[in-house]
Ligand binder design. Structure first.
Ligand code: BTN
Length: 276
């Protein structure tokens, strides 16, 4: 029988050391693994067993990392991969997608303030630099009726790796922090900044709702004001991305009227005539 994975010894682990006093809520305990199939999958199992809010699972590499819409997430050593377990009492099940937007904002804020980059956000969850994807967020909610039982928010950042090591199709659409900065970064420090920002924005969302996030998310969101094509899983929809609703849905003006998109993937976007 396969042995369960064993986390690294916390003493002398640079990730554990970088974390002193960064968080009271989202990070009460960190388990750091050399390798896991997927940090989201691991944490969902712990959530189902009743684990409390505040456990973070981090892995140096994932052998079966999961992206949105069940795509694989390429996870070689050099990236930052972690998942957070949340039990947000004040957030309705229908508002669970707001966690994705909020986490995207937190990642963008860190890339901007700690690394001096100019990130943008592609609704709902992609963090881009110069229009190429550098990070993604996968939020998986387990519901009981209209309530959230628990949420696993997984974050993957392409950090210390060369683009040449990525599978061919990703080489044109993805980027890495190392490519953007032309140097490697200290992952435990990046992680510590991220935890601070994630906690800050999560508390705002939890206590004040999306109105406290939206004024910061919108200016970074490059989807708004563009003609977009959205992949819905069972088809595509074209329209002008007008706004983001209080529940995180994208408001799309289509040939047949206004539509609200709760989940989907923006596969192409171009400026409107007025923007040019
Ligand atoms: C996406 O943009 O498609 C979402 C990517 C999310 C990847 C992260 S890496 C850590 C966590 N574990 C996973 O298996 N997926 C998420």
């Amino acid at each position: 029988m396969a042995q369960p994975p064993i986390p690294l010894e916390p003493r002398n682990d640079p990730y554990q050391q970088a974390l002193r006093n960064t968080s009271q809520i989202i990070l009460k305990r960190l388990l750091h693994f050399e390798s896991l199939p997927s940090t989201n999958a691991y944490l969902k199992d712990r959530g189902a067993l009743g684990e409390r809010e505040g456990l973070i699972i981090l892995a140096d590499t994932q052998t079966a990392g999961i992206g949105r819409l069940t795509r694989p997430w390429h996870s070689p050593v050099g990236g930052l991969y972690f998942s957070i377990l949340l039990r947000p009492m004040t957030i309705k099940a229908s508002d669970a997608p707001l966690i994705t937007l909020t986490a995207g904002l937190a990642v963008a804020m860190v890339l901007q303030s700690a690394l001096g980059l100019k990130p943008s956000l592609k609704w709902p969850n992609d963090v881009l630099i110069a229009n190429k994807k550098v990070a993604g967020i996968l939020t998986e909610a387990t519901l009981i009726g209209d309530d959230i039982e628990y949420i696993v928010a997984g974050i993957g950042i392409n950090a210390n790796m060369a683009l040449i090591d990525f599978p061919q199709p990703l080489q044109t659409t993805a980027t890495t922090l190392q490519e953007c900065l032309q140097h490697r970064i200290e992952l435990p420090r990046l992680f510590s900044y991220l935890i601070g920002q994630l906690e800050f924005w999560y508390i705002r969302l939890r206590d004040q709702g999306f109105k406290a996030i939206s004024p910061h998310y919108r200016p970074l969101c490059t989807t708004l004001g563009k003609h977009v094509v959205i992949e819905l899983g069972d088809g595509q929809l074209k329209g002008l991305a007008k706004d983001i609703e209080p529940d995180g849905s994208l408001v799309l003006e289509t040939g047949s009227g206004r539509q609200l998109i709760r989940t989907g993937d923006v596969i192409s976007a171009r400026h409107t005539g007025e923007d040019k």
